[in-house]
Design a protein around this ligand. Structure first.
Ligand SMILES: Nc1ncnc2c1ncn2[C@@H]1O[C@H](COP(=O)(O)OP(=O)(O)OP(=O)(O)O)[C@@H](O)[C@H]1O
Ligand SMILES: [Mg+2]
Length: 327
């Protein structure tokens, strides 16, 4: 029996994929800022937000990698560098100027950064901005550097409210929301990772779908990457030739997944019934749903169907929308 994992690195959450799926609009928006910067128009600064694991960091790093020589990329993770002083030290370091960590005044570091970047084009991305103690360090940058474009990134929508009024009004941020992926998008993204990371044909379609629905529920692609890796390891441990749904179920059992889930208990029950039976009439589906002990009225049931349709999990077919099946 051969190994199933071909390239484990591809399943690492920090791996930067060379192809990003389903974020065309968001990437275009970021590219526009950079184009404006290059063509010497006033570029927008962006406030990038969305839930954890929806691809914010990945897209920003992807863009930064492709900047070309004209724009200087600076990326700071504010979870690693929380204080204004620490953030300035990090920016200076990326510009090639390493200061000792103690005994230097913040003003001097600021001055160094400004003199290095003066009249040069730069893109500064501050990731996990909600973890920064304050954004005061931005003040001298905003005041002195007109050709620096700034991206602030966070999974907390209300981080904006905590930014000092004086800085906020100078930033003139444009919002860019990373919406949750729908089920089909999650499936595409994970399928691509499986293709790159595993030996061809080593995962059952059923197994991949199970991973995709768990990932969709948690609203975090990282969950999918972890489940692919762990179910592959379990299957390898058993010397199994392929990864099956059973392996995935065991991987789910063993991992501590997020508590906050996107599908309600009943929505998941409907998904499960359709998975077992394939296409069903709405009436039959409702009947089976009640048989399994669901105690809800027809109206709530229809609500669940509408949600599942909106998430891209099911399709409702026919002129009168009487037939349901998984997408
Ligand atoms: N559209 C996509 N195409 C390919 N991979 C993706 C996509 N979206 C997310 N991923 C993968 O999902 C994982 C999580 O993405 P990322 O780190 O960018 O999330 P995030 O939005 O920055 O989350 P957090 O708010 O927790 O920092 C990464 O491994 C990334 O490669
Ligand atoms: Mg991130």
């Amino acid at each position: 029996v051969k190994a199933l994992i071909k390239n484990e690195e591809i399943l690492d959450p920090n791996f930067l994929p060379s192809k990003i799926l389903h974020r065309e609009k968001e990437l275009r928006e970021m590219e526009r800022c950079i184009r404006d910067l290059i063509e010497e128009r006033r570029a927008n600064n962006l406030f990038i937000f969305g839930r954890s694991g929806v691809g914010k960091t990945t897209c920003v790093k992807f863009i930064m990698q492709r900047l070309g020589g004209e724009v200087i990329p600076i990326y700071v993770n504010c979870w690693e560098h929380r204080t204004p002083h620490g953030i300035l030290l990090e920016i200076a370091k990326q510009l090639g100027k390493v200061f000792p960590s103690k005994g230097v005044r913040s003003e001097d570091i600021s001055e160094e950064i400004i003199s290095q970047l003066f009249e040069r084009k730069a893109l500064m991305a501050f990731d996990e901005i909600d973890k920064a103690e304050t954004l005061d360090f931005l003040y001298p940058i905003l005041h002195n550097l007109r050709t620096t474009c700034i991206f602030l990134i966070t999974n907390q929508k209300d981080a904006l409210l905590r930014i000092d009024e004086r800085i906020l009004s100078r930033l003139m941020l444009q919002k860019l929301e990373f919406k949750d992926y729908n089920y089909g998008e999650v499936l595409d993204i994970l399928r691509e990772r499986v293709r790159l990371a595993l030996v061809p044909n080593s995962m059952d379609e059923n197994a991949l779908e199970k991973i995709a629905i768990e990932t969709f529920k948690a609203c975090d692609i990282r969950v999918g990457l972890l489940l692919i890796l762990n179910s592959a390891r379990i299957a390898e441990g058993e010397l199994a030739p392929r990864i099956t749904e059973q392996h995935v179920l065991r991987a789910i059992e063993r991992s501590s997944l997020k508590k906050e889930v996107k599908l309600s208990k009943y929505e998941e029950m409907i998904y499960q019934i359709l998975k077992e039976h394939g296409e069903l009439r709405v009436k039959e589906l409702f009947h089976k749903f009640c048989e399994r002990g669901a105690d809800v009225c027809d109206r709530s049931f229809r609500n669940y169907l509408r949600n599942l349709e909106k998430y891209g999990v099911i399709e409702i077919l026919g002129k009168k929308r009487r037939i349901v099946r998984l997408r």
